[in-house]
Structures are given as C-alpha cells and as structure tokens.
Ligand binder design. Structure first.
Ligand code: FAD
Length: 427
C-alpha cells in the first residue's frame, strides 16, 4: 500500500520541482502569497492578470496541502445544509451565501475551460445516501427548501429504486443533484499553477514563510530563503496554518480526513457500484465519501481519525476505512487497497468559509471540506479586492472572531468527536 495521494501517480510530471528552479528569489514584490493550493494560485493568477508583481511561496511543492489530496468532488453548496442556513441566517442571507457556492462552481468550470486545464473535469452530478430511514425524511424537507428558497432542483430516489444509482444495500434512499462535478484534484492544481505562471506570477516551492512584520509602508516577510518586502501579503494556507500566521491558528481548526483507493475494479463491478459515475457521500456526521477514478478504482474517504495525518494515523485510518468500505460494499471485501493518505480540512466555528483582512494581512480559507470550487472563487475575489476593486461579498469578513480558548491546538476535538459519534449512533 502506497502511503501518499493516488492523484500524484496520475501526473505526467512529478512534483516537487527541483529546488534549483529558483536559485534567486526576488527581494521585493507587490503581493506575496503564502501557499500554492487553489486559493493562493487562483489569487495569484487574478492579481498577475491585473498587472501586479506577484510571488507565491510554498513550503513544500505545488498543491502539497489539501489541493492534491482531496476527493475531487465539486459539490453544490457548502458544508452547512439548506435548512441550517435558513434557520441560522434567515432566507435572504441564506440565499446570498448559497448563490456564492453555486457561482463558485460556474466560475470553476469557466476557468478550467478558459485555461484549457486537462483535469478530467466532468459534470457527473452527486448523490447523498441516507444512512438511516429518518435521514430520507430529512432529504424530503431539504428538497422542498432547496426548491422554494434557492430555486435549486434536486431529485429523490427511494431505497427500492436506488440500485440504478448505487450498488449498496445499506442505505435508505438517495438525494441526487445533477449540477455537481468531479475532477482530478492534482491535475487541476498543477494546471492552475501553470495558468498563474502564464499570467506572470512567480511560484516558488520549497520556501517557507516564518514570520511577517510591518516596517514603514511595507511588510517584511521572513522566509527560509531570506527576507522579502511586499506591499501586501495573502495567507492562503487553510488547514496548514502555522506560527507564521497566528491569527489564522486562532480561527481555523485543522481536522484530519483520510482516503483509501482500491486496485482497479472489474468493469462490471465498477458499473454496479456507481452506475452513473456520480460523486457520492452519505448522511452521517462522520460521513463517508466515495467515487470512481478514471482507471475504475474506488476512492473511499472519511473522518476515520480525528488527528492530523502522519504515518501511524494514516495506517490506522486505512484499516477503519477498509472495514467501512467492506460494510458498504461487501462485494469488494477482498479488493486490495493500493493507496492510503490523509490531509487537513480547515473548519471554522460556524462552518462558513471566509476571506478578508486581519491585522492588515489578507486571508482566505475555512472551506470545511468543500474547497475545490470555493477556494478557487474566494482566491479570485480576495485578489480583486487587493487590486483595489470596491465591492461587498457575503463571505468577506474583516472582523472574523477568534475561537475562544483556542490558539492552534484543538484540545476540544475529542469531545466534539464523541458528541457527533453519539449522534450518528443514537440520532
Ligand atoms: C482528504 C481531503 C478530502 C477533501 N475532499 C474534498 C472534496 O472532495 N471536495 C472539495 O471541494 N474539497 C475537498 N477537500 C477540501 C479541499 O481540498 C480544500 O478546501 C482546498 O484544497 C483548500 O485549498 P487551499 O489552497 O486553501 O489550501 P491547501 O491546498 O491546503 O494549500 C495550503 C498550502 O499552504 C502551504 N503553507 C502553509 N504554511 C506555509 C508557510 N508558513 N509558508 C509557505 N507555505 C505554507 C502548505 O504547504 C499548503 O501546500 C478535501 C480535503 C481533504 C484534506
């Protein structure tokens, strides 16, 4: 079993780039972007197209964070479901937020087409599977709310009919949304990096930012390759915030998410499991998500471990996921697992993503596991603001409050985990 992202093995040019590619880094720039994932690269592309002198610095390699490790599901909506959005924010604001999520998917599709990014992007639609009979009743309410408040159509498929969509007997009906898509996340992030470079941005890998400090009218950004002066700085580090960005360590909670990928399935098995090739996830709090890859493997993920990924947690998580996969798809109980890995998902306290300016530094993140389209979108939007465009955005927040009693060590996760596990069992 390989303990790294399957997607990396689908790339024709391996990352990381040779460090010699940037023997000299500039000592100044207009905008320094920290992090070369979807947020940072999308922002860099927009900034460079507007004429800014942009430098992206990435501690590891392009897409090393969540952007090359995710499930590749481009889903309609946010982490919060429609009923929570409406009950918490009222119809008008809920609609604004939901439309941002929908718009982010339209923008993603346009960007992929404009830049001709070859990343296996396909409008597959997605399905959500009811883990309990009561969850299918919740789907009915969600369907009605989506139609009436958000003018968004989804279809329901009863348990009796669901074999046309999903080859598993453990679920109690499905909610199907035709607008969602799938892509190869590592190919997408590499394509985005190439697009940012074409626009004129410099993307330097193997360079970590260690500290940022104000000096006169500039920021002095200390890196492992020397100091760089910048007019503006954008932190695009999402679930990987470290001491270089203490303000984000107090607002984003990194939580591990893990994935296993099987050996290629026989064509008949693949067709029986997901006959329409949709992206899929279930309705638990500790949910499972799954999909087929272009070479007919089953990618199967979930929050099998709460802690951040390392070798030991990844192997433990792989065992849990192997067991869960066999429970949901007993026909695959003997299939070898070829890959296992994990990555950090950044959660905010209210499970809404954000972008804005804190202590004079720009940021975007907190996508709560729904970041492919949203990170691309918020990267673009914050870049427009950095270019001086005056506009409001439902997810801009310059007064984003820190989480009380939290400064980067999520001591409360075991308690939160126990609570949600109990809800999955008894709820
Ligand atoms: C296992 C998993 C599955 C997921 N599945 C999905 C999915 O199916 N659909 C979906 O929409 N979203 C999914 N997500 C979420 C999605 O991948 C993220 O929201 C998105 O990739 C965030 O992009 P980003 O650019 O903001 O951050 P990242 O891609 O994480 O990039 C941040 C980068 O910042 C760098 N960095 C951090 N600190 C520094 C520093 N001090 N100096 C220099 N560089 C630094 C890191 O090395 C990292 O590469 C998943 C996430 C995980 C982990």
């Amino acid at each position: 079993m390989k303990e790294y992202s399957y997607w990396l093995d689908t790339l024709s040019t391996p990352e990381p780039e040779p460090p010699t590619r940037y023997p000299e880094l500039p000592t100044e720039c207009d905008v320094l972007v920290v992090g070369a994932g979807y947020t940072g690269l999308s922002a860099a592309r927009t900034l460079a197209r507007a004429g800014a002198d942009v430098l992206v610095v990435e501690r590891e390699s392009i897409g090393w964070g969540a952007s090359s490790r995710n499930g590749g599901q481009v889903l309609t909506g946010l982490k919060l479901d429609a009923s929570t959005l409406v009950s918490r924010y009222g119809e008008a604001r809920a609609r604004e937020i939901f439309y941002v999520a929908r718009e982010s998917m339209v923008r993603l599709e346009a960007l992929i087409a404009d830049e001709a990014i070859d990343c296996e992007y396909e409008r597959t639609g997605h399905l959500q599977a009811a883990s309990k009979p009561a969850h299918f009743a919740v789907f009915r309410k969600e369907q009605s709310l989506l139609a009436h408040v958000f003018e968004h159509r989804v279809d329901l498929v009863s348990r009796a009919q669901q074999a046309s969509e999903l080859g598993s007997d453990v679920y109690y009906g499905l909610l199907v949304d035709e607008r969602s898509s799938g892509l190869n996340p590592a190919k997408y992030v590499c394509g985005l990096a190439a697009a940012a470079r074409r626009a004129g941005a410099c993307v330097a890998t193997g360079v970590a930012v260690t500290h940022v400090q104000r000096a006169a009218d500039r920021w002095v950004v200390s890196t492992t390759r020397g100091d760089i002066a910048a007019r503006d700085v954008l932190f695009a580090i999402n679930g990987y915030a470290d001491t270089a960005a203490p303000m984000l360590q107090r607002r984003f909670v990194p939580i591990g998410s893990y994935i296993v990928v099987t050996a290629p399935l026989a064509p008949d098995d693949a067709a029986a499991i997901l006959p329409r090739g949709r992206m899929a996830f279930d309705s638990k709090n500790f949910l499972h998500y799954f999909r087929l890859t272009s070479d007919r493997r089953l990618l199967f993920g979930g929050r099998a471990e709460f802690s951040r990924p390392d070798g030991a947690t990844t192997r433990r998580a792989a065992e849990v996921l192997r067991h869960d996969l066999a429970t949901i798809f007993p026909q695959l109980a003997q299939i070898p697992i070829d890959y296992a890995w994990g990555g950090n998902v950044a959660f905010t306290r209210d499970q809404l993503p954000r972008a804005g300016k804190l202590d004079g530094l720009y940021y975007a993140g907190g996508y709560c596991g729904h970041g492919i389209a949203m990170a691309t979108h918020l990267g673009e939007q914050i870049a427009r603001r950095m270019c001086g465009e005056a506009f409001t955005h439902p997810l801009f927040d310059d007064r984003f409050a820190p989480i009380p009693l939290y400064s980067g060590k999520p001591w409360f996760l075991p308690l939160v985990g126990a609570y949600y596990r109990a809800r999955d069992i008894f709820g």
